[in-house]
Design a protein around this ligand. Structure first.
Ligand code: ADP
Length: 414
């Protein structure tokens, strides 16, 4: 693995300060974590990069501030991060940078130290994630320039799902589409599904290797995963993050014949149809009001009919997908809810669990109502199929995976 710098030998804190970066096309989300204690000393979000209104929100040791980045680039955002690291006096101790990378295709089933070859591999996946991977690559290159002494590691959203068997990942389409063009199901949110499955096993006091869990990551994007013995064996997202559940603005599953029909009827191009399915559909399209679950729950209380429908369809489809994941494993030991909706919406969880009585689920109303705003735990009635709320922490998982890979490589070299 030539090319990338090694972590500095003189890192204090066991060399465990890890900078985690999530680079989008016009944003960078960042966090500086201590992997062992989970302590976060620096975090923030740089937004609207490349435009006149670029700015960053930075939190240093709990103190928040806003920074103007007018016309800002990744480089300027990283200069702000570097400045904050200097302020904390830890810049020399950041031995590793973990990068969230959306698509790793079939090539990456685990985190990878970023070498020129690995970067080429991420570039080869651009056709599979044309919006995300180019931004991830640009972010990696700018971060390597800003933090040349650190080891840079890519952690892929798709990697956890590479353990899916062929029966789960193949589409029933012409075989050459798969062999020549990579048309198959990849799945996303892998870091979160892996993290919450492990945390759920801890909460249940049982080894992850013995558990069949259905995890539901419900944020702006939503997906469910069948986690058997800690490995993904099926998931609801596919070739792209558009497949599966109803999401904030994404449709999830539709009839594949819809594209041709609506293109002809409404005079839309194929890319206009795809854009509408990504940005104008889901909770927003159904409710005609908002993509935001909290706002919808408030509006439902005021008797908004479109909103009621949006919530009902969301729950209906989620329950069907979770039951489907249980069928993919043959047995289910626990249902796990995470993401902004999963961690906060007692309504969604309660409604889904009531539909999943078919699997033996039953909600404990008081525990369900209490599991909001960072409170996690078991929300199922005694004796029923276990259901849990687990707070996801993708930054911590990326930092842990980054450090685990570096420790493994150090071990190999020794
Ligand atoms: P992202 O996928 O962008 O990380 P989040 O995981 O933060 O998003 O989830 C955002 C979703 O969580 C939004 O639909 C938001 O309304 C919902 N959410 C956050 N808090 C609550 C709440 N108290 N009740 C219901 N939904 C909530």
């Amino acid at each position: 693995m030539g090319g990338a710098a090694r972590p500095r030998a003189h890192c204090q804190n066991g060399g465990m300060w890890t900078l985690v970066l999530n680079c989008g096309s016009s944003s960078v989300k960042f966090a500086l974590l201590d992997v062992q204690g989970g302590q976060v000393r620096l975090s923030g979000l740089a937004e609207r990069l490349g435009s006149a209104g670029a700015s960053a929100r930075v939190e240093v040791d709990g103190a928040r501030r806003a920074v103007d980045l007018a016309g800002g680039s990744y480089a300027e955002a990283f200069a702000v991060i570097a400045g904050a690291l200097d302020e904390l006096g830890v810049r020399e101790q950041v031995g590793a940078v973990g990068h969230r990378v959306v698509h790793g295709g079939e090539r990456f089933s685990a985190p990878a130290l970023i070498t020129p070859e690995v970067l080429a591999g991420i570039r080869a996946c651009v056709p599979l994630a044309p919006l995300h991977n180019p931004a991830n690559i640009a972010g990696i290159e700018a971060a390597q320039a800003a933090f040349p002494e650190a080891a840079h590691v890519a952690v892929f959203d798709t990697a956890f799902h590479q353990s899916m068997p062929e029966v789960a990942f193949r589409y029933a389409v012409p075989g050459d589409w798969y062999r020549q063009h990579g048309v198959r199901r990849y799945g996303f949110h892998g870091t979160s599904h892996a993290f919450v499955a492990a945390r759920a096993a801890d909460a249940l006091g049982r080894p992850l290797s013995e558990l069949n869990l259905v995890t539901a990551h419900l944020g702006n994007g939503c997906s469910v995963c069948a986690v058997q013995g800690g490995r993904s064996v099926d998931t609801s997202m596919g070739l792209t993050p558009l497949e599966g559940l109803v999401m904030g603005t994404r449709s999830g599953d539709v009839d594949p014949g819809l594209h041709d029909y609506i293109a002809r009827q409404a005079g839309l191009s194929l890319s206009e149809v795809t854009a509408a399915l990504n940005r104008e559909s889901g909770l927003l399209g159904l409710s005609g009001l908002s993509n935001d679950m909290r706002e919808l729950e408030e509006a439902a209380g005021r008797g908004h009919a479109g909103v009621r429908l949006a919530l009902d369809v969301f729950v209906h489809r989620l329950a069907k997908q979770m039951a489907g994941m249980a069928a993919a494993m043959g047995r289910v030991d626990g249902l796990v809810f995470t993401g902004g909706i999963g961690e906060n919406s007692a309504f969604v969880r309660g409604a889904v669990l009531s539909k999943l009585a078919v699997l033996g689920a039953q909600v404990d109303e008081a525990a369900n109502e209490a599991a909001v705003r960072g409170q996690s735990g078991v929300i199922s009635a005694p004796g029923a199929l276990a259901a849990l709320v687990v707070n996801t922490n993708e930054e911590l998982m990326i930092a842990q995976q980054t450090q685990a890979l570096l420790a493994e490589q150090k071990g190999v070299q020794a």
